[in-house]
Ligand binder design. Structure first.
Ligand code: SF4
Ligand code: SF4
Length: 207
């Protein structure tokens, strides 16, 4: 009872959440957000993630398509057809944020995102519609098929005849002075023939 009565006269350390909310620090780590207008689909964030909770799929754009640039001037060349983050797996380490070349993935101040189903934690950030995604995939597949057909046609085309090289020297010898000079020189690793000094022989003629 003494402890209870003591606490009647000290200020409360708890708050009446959700009516009262604390001000969060500036560097808080909460729910991730991806600004898809600036995403170039480089996959660096997914590779940095230690728990593999980011899934990215891309499709190359056609040479005739212009996807524009990001807000920091990077040219876009890929259609991002999948960009999912499973926040149920995320450990809020923020390692995906730092490698992003366009700074389009970042932590927000949203921390109230409870769900009844686990699947509700998979956030899909793609802005293309399913029809558009299908169209981009089909366009790229068509382009690849055309390229393969062109390659096959080039491979099956008749090749020009190869000219025969007739040697200049009828005896078949090598007239190249460079080659000749190389052959006449002793090779670096070849052991030199020993010079025999007649005076150093076992027999002494004077004796
Ligand atoms: S905060 Fe960490 S765990 Fe979460 S998506 Fe980014 S890298 Fe992965
Ligand atoms: S690192 Fe940035 S630009 Fe690259 S895929 Fe991730 S969010 Fe997109």
């Amino acid at each position: 009872m003494k402890v209870t009565f003591k606490h009647l006269f000290v200020p409360a350390v708890t708050i009446q959440y959700p009516d009262v909310r604390l001000t969060l620090p500036e560097r808080e780590r909460n729910r991730l957000y991806v600004n898809m207008d600036d995403c170039i689909g480089c996959d660096q964030c997914a590779r940095a993630c230690p728990v593999n909770c980011i899934t990215i799929e891309t499709v190359k754009s056609l040479p005739t398509e212009d996807l524009g640039k990001t807000s920091n001037g990077k040219k876009k060349a890929l259609w991002v057809t999948t960009f999912d983050i499973d926040l149920a797996k995320c450990c809020y380490c923020q390692l995906c944020v730092f490698p992003c070349p366009t700074e389009c993935i970042y932590m927000t101040d949203v921390y109230e995102f409870s769900e009844f189903e686990r699947g509700g934690f998979i956030y899909n950030y793609v802005t293309l519609t399913p029809q558009e995604i299908e169209e981009k995939k089909n366009n790229y597949a068509k382009l690849e098929a055309e390229k393969a057909a062109q390659k096959a046609a080039a491979a099956s085309a008749p090749k020009p005849p190869v000219k025969k090289v007739v040697p200049v020297n009828p005896s078949g010898g090598d007239n190249n002075p460079k080659t000749q000079s190389v052959e006449s020189q002793p090779k670096a690793n070849q052991p030199q023939a020993e010079k025999v000094d007649p005076t150093s022989s076992g027999e002494n003629k004077e004796n």
